[in-house]
Design a binder for this molecule. Structure first.
Ligand code: SF4
Length: 194
């Protein structure tokens, strides 16, 4: 019977013992520093004890059908990226909206909710419509930030096609320029219902 030969390069050619290298000490020290910092800092997540505000009508009925598991696709239709910065913070360790059953997905085909930022530029109007059409129902659309609601500071701009509601149906608006992560978490919690 043929004896298997060890060919792994993990321990060096021919199965030699791994030689100690200075960079391994540095990597180990970096990992230990990280572990110490995690223990020292502890949990940073903001408490959110109050129940989310209830939704009404068709929006509430649609949110109910998601059963507290909300997959979100974000669409930048022409924002300055200020809204994106706050939206990212809502998914970071401090605001941690994922603990309420809200997750980001990479495709509208996997999404329940579209979060749209910015005024809709002429170049983004058609992609936004296609993204909306590619999202399976039941679905909801959030217009995030003043630009998404009414074009904000970009109103009247030569490249602006309109607010989000001028292009696709909007269910929930989150005001602010930009909205705070707290406001973003509150809107998403309304949909998740927890
Ligand atoms: S609402 Fe304010 S932060 Fe958001 S895209 Fe418009 S200008 Fe930028």
């Amino acid at each position: 019977m043929a004896v298997p030969r060890v060919v792994s390069t993990r321990f060096g050619a021919g199965g030699e013992k791994h030689r100690h290298k200075p960079e391994h000490d540095r990597e180990r020290a970096a990992v230990l520093n990280l572990v110490r910092k995690i223990i020292r800092v502890g949990r940073v997540t903001e408490p959110h004890d109050a129940d989310p505000a209830p939704l009404e009508g068709v929006v509430a009925a649609t949110a109910d059908r998601l059963h507290g598991s909300v997959q979100v696709r974000q669409v930048d239709a022409g924002s300055c990226n200020g809204c994106e910065a706050e939206f990212s913070a809502a998914f970071g360790p401090v605001y941690d909206v994922e603990r309420f059953g809200v997750r980001l997905v990479a495709s509208p085909r996997h999404a329940d909710v579209l979060v749209v930022t910015g005024p809709v530029t002429k170049n983004m109007a058609e992609p936004l419509v296609k993204t909306f059409e590619a999202t399976p129902g039941p679905k909801l659309v959030i217009a995030l930030g003043d630009c998404a609601r009414n074009c904000g500071v970009f109103a009247g701009g030569y490249g602006v096609a309109g607010a989000v509601a001028d292009i696709v149906p909007v269910d929930i608006e989150v005001p602010g320029c930009p909205p705070s992560p707290d406001a973003i978490v509150a809107a998403l919690r309304q949909i998740a219902g927890r």
